[in-house]
Design a protein. Structure first.
Length: 257
């Protein structure tokens, strides 16, 4: 645990979240240092996605604090328009890639990538297009610039979604089961993009069911179950020699499926 919020890119402190009577997050605490990759694993319904969505306030937490780059994300003293402006500033530096691609079907690949820089950063269209071409090339889609999402494979759509997030030049990337909606043969092409980001020391918080991928790219791994962080630590230790019985059972089940 990092003592100073200024040293952590993302800091989650004693966070709790319920949906009605269901307690989804129960006193979660974690830190993500700049340039580090944290993978979050756990069974369905364990709170993984809710935790990730809480980081950029797509879910409103009930208790605790969330900090991003030295600024508190959930600021209870801010209301209405003031809070909306605050959270929009936060999200501009926090890229998120979802399980579903969420591309605009009426826009081409490059139009999807350049929309936010033009609208939110007020970037000139020519400059945004150059930026868009750079990030499409980065995810291996130079030849898909003017193609609409309906003509792209699932893996290509997800790579456009990653390029779109990167085009805002975020300080952290959040991946919420980015490959779980893909056919098995398309998973690796998305994982390769994420592996390249890891080599470039992009700060990443990854919710994944890809155990081998998590072990390969992560600096630290967390196993979450029933809203608690059951175990965390070095990925090789957690995946190969977990100390908690719940972690052992989960990994054994994942390996036999």
């Amino acid at each position: 645990m990092i003592n100073s919020k200024e040293k952590a890119m993302v800091e989650v402190i004693n966070v709790k979240k319920s949906f009605g009577d269901v307690h989804v997050l129960k006193d979660i605490t974690l830190s993500v240092e700049k340039g580090k990759i944290i993978s979050i694993i756990g069974p369905s319904g364990s709170g993984k996605s809710t935790l990730l969505r809480s980081v950029n306030h797509l879910e409103t937490i009930d208790a605790g604090e969330i900090w991003f780059d030295g600024v508190q994300v959930n600021q209870p003293q801010l209301k209405g328009r003031a809070f909306e402006k605050h959270i929009n500033r936060i999200r501009q530096k926090m890229g998120m890639v979802f399980q579903q691609f969420n591309l605009f079907p009426h826009l081409t690949a490059i139009e999807n990538v350049t929309l936010a820089p033009i609208k939110l950063k007020k970037m000139a269209k020519k400059e945004a297009r150059e930026l868009g071409r750079y990030f499409l090339a980065k995810v291996g889609l130079t030849d898909k610039e003017v193609v609409y999402p309906s003509k792209l494979s699932g893996g290509q759509k997800q790579r456009v979604a990653i390029a779109r997030a990167l085009a805002m030049e975020p300080k952290v990337m959040l991946f919420d089961e980015a490959t779980s909606a893909l056919d098995p043969e398309l998973v690796e092409e998305v994982n390769q993009v994420m592996k390249q980001l890891a080599k470039e020391h992009m700060t990443m918080l990854i919710v994944t069911h890809e155990m081998n991928f998590a072990q390969e790219v992560s600096d630290r791994a967390l196993f979450i179950d029933e809203g608690y962080v059951v175990e965390e630590g070095d990925p090789k230790m957690l995946f190969n020699s977990p100390t908690q019985e719940r972690t052992q059972l989960f990994l054994r089940k994942m390996l036999t499926e």
